[in-house]
Design a binder for this molecule. Sequence first.
Ligand SMILES: NC(=O)c1ccc[n+]([C@@H]2O[C@H](COP(=O)([O-])OP(=O)(O)OC[C@H]3O[C@@H](n4cnc5c(N)ncnc54)[C@H](O)[C@@H]3O)[C@@H](O)[C@H]2O)c1
Length: 316
Amino acid sequence: MAMHALITGGAGFIGSHLVESLLDEGWRVTVIDNFDPAYDPAVKRRNLARCFDAPGFILVEADITDGAGLLAQWPTGVDVLVHLAARTGIGPSVRDPLAYSATNIIGTHHVLECARRHGIAQVILASSSSVYGVNPRLPWREDDPVLQPISPYAATKVSGEMLGHVYSRLYGLRVLALRFFTVYGPRQRPDLAVHKFARLLRAGRPIPVYGDGSARRDHTYVGDIVQGIRAAMACKASPYEVINLGSDHPLTLLEMIAALEEALGVTAQLDFQPAQPGDAPHTWADISTARRLLGYAPRTSFPDGLAAFVDWLDGV
Ligand SMILES: NC(=O)c1ccc[n+]([C@@H]2O[C@H](COP(=O)([O-])OP(=O)(O)OC[C@H]3O[C@@H](n4cnc5c(N)ncnc54)[C@H](O)[C@@H]3O)[C@@H](O)[C@H]2O)c1
């Protein structure tokens, strides 16, 4: 019998790549997604275009904030749960913080509760580099006790990790919380900088540079993130782990823009603006835990990842 993975948020950017990778290797995959309107739901349906006809693929349209509805539609016989469904993005969370708590804290709690009731042994939670916030000790290590989140989104991700810890201690689920660092690549969310800037550059419009352009981000290619998630799905190291998944090669905003100019063959007009509330000044992953526990080795350079992104953008 094929292994069965349940992926919440499987219609999204990262989720759809994970779903394809599992189906390609003969897994049964159930996706739970509510096609949230944070960005065009038609884009998310297109993300799954290759999956609909695959044997073993099931789509359940359900909202994780509705606990009773979620339990009623929860599939049976799941070997591994990967919980990616979330409200994402820092800025919108600053403007509408309670909506983020509803989905990312209460919704995550409903997901964990369904997993407990169905006896799912292995659970992967999507966390975020944003939990480190303004922690000045770079690169960020998971065993650094100083989490200094500075946005509602980041606080909900800390809460999700804490709920995962409780469920692993009390109810025996193995939980691995993966802290993703700025993921990019084909199908990237339209609100994220690489995608947003690429569209502006293509349209010949100026791109907003928040702050002086020296803020660094650890950009991680989506294919490398999927490899990390896949390894975590099989990792039996301990009942609870928190693991950074980054590239360990942070780039300043101006370096990122220069690479985009190169990939698109255009020159950017820069529109300098004040730094945005909630944005961390720097992100940088120490990935030694991922290397040790998951055999994780990100292999996609930023120029190669951008080339794949631009290929995809050209075909949209
Ligand atoms: N992309 C990144 O750079 C990044 C970085 C750190 C963490 N993460 C985390 O990774 C996960 C996936 O992110 P992504 O970039 O693929 O985002 P995405 O928005 O493309 O995917 C999230 C999916 O969750 C679904 N969803 C939202 N609310 C839901 C609800 N109430 N019920 C059911 N489904 C719901 C959405 O419809 C969407 O398909 C998220 O948990 C995010 O916080 C992403």
